[in-house]
Design a protein around this ligand. Structure first.
Ligand SMILES: C[S@@+](CC[C@H](N)C(=O)[O-])C[C@H]1O[C@@H](n2cnc3c(N)ncnc32)[C@H](O)[C@@H]1O
Length: 438
């Protein structure tokens, strides 16, 4: 077999870490949120923090693993690699996995699940990898006991994650279980709710931390409002979750987790209002339920109100972060006039504010008619979106954004083109070419 073991099967990578023992971990995230996630991890005390594609690797102890699950607003899951190896085919994966001492993690009574992600020409089907890993574990137990532990897809005791890039394979324990964007506060949703991790990432990228009023005038089910309130108040995003996968691990330290869970030293007062409105009665009713369920009713003001009816800003300065419709169900003219209205209201009502608009089509941003000061390339599901920042000064609104920025400004803006992810880099190069041609 050509596989190269990076550690001996009887020396797994610290799966039963004793108190204080440090081990490598991987936090997964959405493309382009890697930098904010890395900052969150550093703030929690992570070491050896390195940004990858849709992931950040780091080291820390068991306490940090619990904290990362509870506190990281932009992590989708926290993995604990237990075995790295090379394999040039599914049979070699089978052999490598079967060579481990599976009693370290599983028993005949524990259920397990396997999730595989494959970026490789050698392994084209992630499902096939999953089957071979499952076979290897089942055969390991069968050969010793004549029985095997059961697979449970929906509620496993131990969730395993296999990641293959070319011939490099990594087997991890998934310490989170259900994706961490499932915060546990959402009881209702409108047609296109933002992923909670994306909403938190947008707010963190804007730099807002609770130091000004916060407004979402197209709030839908209230995701940005709730994430903003939790950031402003210093409430951990995972506080409402019923369960983390590590709670079923044999080495689960209930006392340590309780101490971390009950530590409210990061709590802050919120001095400014968080305000949400939407044209739809139904959306506001749903937002109200979600906000109540998150225990944030007294911090968030809600109103049924079309954005065109804003004729006075609620405070002299503030931050607007919003995610208007992208237009899948609208005519192009309606969509353009909606974005034209957004630009017009920002310019006339919200002078002194910083506004962030997440959207999809270039024409929609053009219809806003304001010059952006920054652009962030983000992904909403599979859609290549942008969040543009507008600093709203008094003065005349431009018909369309000026593209020929002075050279000095261009050089400064080019710094932003060093993107986190490969997709982001490709898009930023395209955007730069577009700006230079204009
Ligand atoms: C993409 S959704 C926002 C989703 C929201 N971020 C969430 O997480 O649920 C866009 C929202 O804009 C609202 N909307 C559309 N036109 C509006 C207008 N003129 N004024 C205010 N809200 C509007 C829609 O009712 C919808 O709830």
């Amino acid at each position: 077999m050509e596989s190269e073991r990076l550690n001996k099967p009887d020396e797994p990578l610290g799966q039963r870490a004793g108190d204080g023992e440090r081990f490598p971990m991987i936090a997964k995230t959405l493309a382009e949120l890697e930098d904010v996630l890395a900052e969150e991890l550093v703030a929690l005390g992570a070491e050896d923090v390195e940004i990858g594609t849709r992931m950040v690797s780091f080291t820390g102890d068991k306490a940090l693993m619990y904290k990362a699950n509870l506190h990281c607003r932009t992590a989708l899951r926290i993995l604990k690699p237990i075995y790295n190896f090379k394999a040039n085919g599914a049979d070699e994966v089978y052999e490598a996995i079967k060579g481990l001492n599976w009693e370290e993690w599983l028993s005949l009574d524990t259920t397990f699940s396997i999730d595989s992600v494959v970026f490789s020409r050698i392994f084209t089907h992630s499902k096939f990898v999953t089957y071979r890993v499952k076979d290897a574990i089942a055969d390991w137990f069968f050969e010793r006991y004549g029985k095997r532990p059961s697979v449970s897809i929906t509620n496993p005791d131990i969730a395993l994650h296999v990641h293959i890039a070319h011939n490099r394979c990594s087997l991890s324990l998934d310490s989170s279980g259900e994706s961490l964007h499932k915060r546990g506060y959402r009881v209702g949703q409108t047609e296109a709710p933002l992923n909670e991790v994306l909403a938190a990432g947008m707010i963190l990228k804007s730099g807002w931390k609770g130091d000004t009023p916060f407004i979402d005038p197209m709030c839908g089910s209230g995701t940005l409002l709730i994430e903003a309130a939790m950031i402003g108040l210093g409430i951990p995003p995972g506080i409402h979750r019923q369960h983390f996968a590590f709670e079923k691990w044999a080495d689960f330290d209930q006392e340590l987790f309780s101490t971390i869970y009950n530590d409210d030293s990061g709590a802050r007062e919120l001095k400014y209002p968080i305000i949400g409105s939407d044209i739809s009665h139904r959306a506001i009713a749903i937002a109200e339920k979600n906000i109540k369920n998150a225990g944030l009713k007294k911090y968030i003001e809600l109103a049924v109100k079309p954005m065109q009816r804003y004729d006075k800003a609620p405070a002299p300065t503030g931050v607007i972060i919003t995610n208007p419709p992208y237009g899948e169900r609208m005519k192009v003219e309606e969509l353009d006039s909606l974005y034209d209205m957004i630009g017009e209201r920002l310019k006339h009502v919200f002078v002194g504010y910083r506004a962030y608009v997440l959207s999809y089509r270039k024409e929609s941003f053009d219809a806003i008619g304001l010059r952006h000061s920054k652009r962030f390339f983000l992904y909403n599901g599979a859609l290549e979106c942008e969040m543009r920042e507008y600093e709203i000064f008094a003065g005349k609104r431009e018909e369309r954004p000026k593209r020929s920025a002075p050279r000095e400004k261009r050089v400064r803006e080019n710094d932003q083109y060093k993107r986190n992810s490969r997709e982001g880099y490709r898009r930023s190069q395209r955007a730069r070419r577009g700006e230079e041609e204009d």
